[in-house]
Write a protein that binds this ligand. Sequence first.
Ligand code: F6R
Length: 241
Amino acid sequence: MRIIRAKDYDDMSRKAAAIIASQVIMKPDCVLGLATGSSPIGTYANLVEGYRKGDLDFSGITTVNLDEYKGLSRDNDQSYFYFMNHHFFGKVNVDPERTFLPDGTETDSDKACREYNRIIENVGGIDLQLLGLGHNGHIGFNEPNTVFEAETHCVDLAPSTVEANKRFFASVDDVPRQAYTMGIKTIMQARKVLVVVSGRDKAAAVKAAFFGSITPQVQGSVLQLHSDVTVVADEEALSEL
Ligand code: F6R
């Protein structure tokens, strides 16, 4: 595991975008695993800037996102599809036919998850998976104590995750209680993993996930077993080390 120290959020975002940019330049038809949340917004902004300047071409890439809320349609402004369109897909020349997220409108969880596993397999697996880290150490929506063997599955969100995400909704009651997420097995099969973490409120999670014992209680700790992980973290996120 490589830990890259960034000064602050902006520096973290520039460094993470540079890593993704080099992946796209080296393999223009690569498969990027993407994440939502606050952590990667700046990374996407830097990639969009690279595209606008003519330095980056996303026309050959395929993307598979980590997760999607169950029950939200694509046009709901809190869906992860909407987020991706707003921050990235709608601003670069990625082929919309090759951007994939779990289908939040599919009420049959087994079907939605089976279909998403099939999509990931069909695109040939993930070259580079971008991740954020939850306060409880989750990656994707893999909440504490999920088995590491899981592929895409439907999860009940932990109360702390509902609480953390309520800032994006009109009220806590509007936050969906379930989501479809890639499992740890799927994430661990990515050929490279890039984690972006920022802020003092993430410092305990960084310490537990990357310097503590490997345990399903801290889902991100499994990344210590992956052979190619880069963590770009800012000084505040590294402040408990
Ligand atoms: C997002 C995701 C989550 C977030 C994590 C951190 O697709 O799967 O695991 O990466 O909750 O969220 P932020 O970046 O908002 O602190």
